[in-house]
Design a protein around this ligand. Structure first.
Ligand SMILES: [Zn+2]
Length: 123
């Protein structure tokens, strides 16, 4: 069974520290066209923000007009798809990020316990 990154996997304190904000709810999603991985943030009003660059959290953008233009391929990523990925909706599978991929990528630092990753079955 595929193990996706869930909101509970995200090290909120570390993300907030690097982003310089108190932070809302953080989650991972990807562009279904090119696979570029983003960290998403939903504030209390469910407004979405996208962080495209794991090396620079000051680089981020609000998801306005119901879509995000992918920094990787310029495809439109619909806000509804990002929101579904946040909820873990099964229909959002193409926009969700696998834990195994994220833990070996440049976003690994956002995962709680990423330095010593536990296999999902040991959680
Ligand atoms: Zn893309």
């Amino acid at each position: 069974m595929e193990r996706y990154v869930e909101a509970r996997d995200i090290d909120r304190a570390e993300v907030a520290r690097r982003a310089g904000s108190a932070g809302g709810e953080f989650f991972a999603f990807r562009c279904a066209t090119c696979g570029h991985v983003y960290l998403g943030e939903a504030d209390a009003d469910r407004k979405l923000r996208a962080y495209p660059n794991p090396a620079d959290m000051t680089e981020n953008r609000a998801v306005l007009d119901d879509w995000l233009v992918c920094v990787g391929c310029s495809a439109y990523v619909e806000a509804a798809a990002i929101e579904a990925a946040r909820r873990g909706d099964p229909v959002a599978e193409p926009w969700r990020v696998l834990w195994n991929e994220m833990v070996v990528g440049r976003w690994a630092w956002v995962l709680r316990g990423a330095a010593v990753p536990l296999p999902p079955w040991q959680e």
